[in-house]
Design a protein around this ligand. Structure first.
Ligand code: ZN
Ligand code: ZN
Length: 92
């Protein structure tokens, strides 16, 4: 695997440890893992606590899910409908 970097800001986790974030959580967590829809994020700044962090900002979460869907569709050669079947809805 490449050197770990935060997906959002590119920091390497030296000051703020990197967490593995499942782009599609809850019931779809396992599938996120299966299809490689996981990213590293700075624990405080980008993942959990800051106002713009993924778990605080709906917009940021939405962007990440859109990215995850496009990645899955490309990697698996899925249509939007295929994605919807696997992950319950489309984020495009
Ligand atoms: Zn997370
Ligand atoms: Zn970051």
């Amino acid at each position: 695997m490449d050197e770990r970097r935060c997906f959002l800001c590119g920091r390497n986790g030296a000051e703020d440890p990197l967490d593995l974030h499942h782009i599609f959580g809850g019931a779809y967590r396992k599938k996120s893992e299966k299809y490689g829809l996981v990213v590293y994020l700075c624990h405080r700044r980008c993942h959990i606590f800051a106002p713009s962090a993924v778990h605080q900002s709906t917009g940021q979460m939405q962007r990440l899910k859109r990215y995850g869907q496009l990645k899955a569709m490309e990697d698996q050669r899925w249509t939007e409908e295929d994605f919807r079947r696997e992950f319950g809805k489309s984020y495009l």
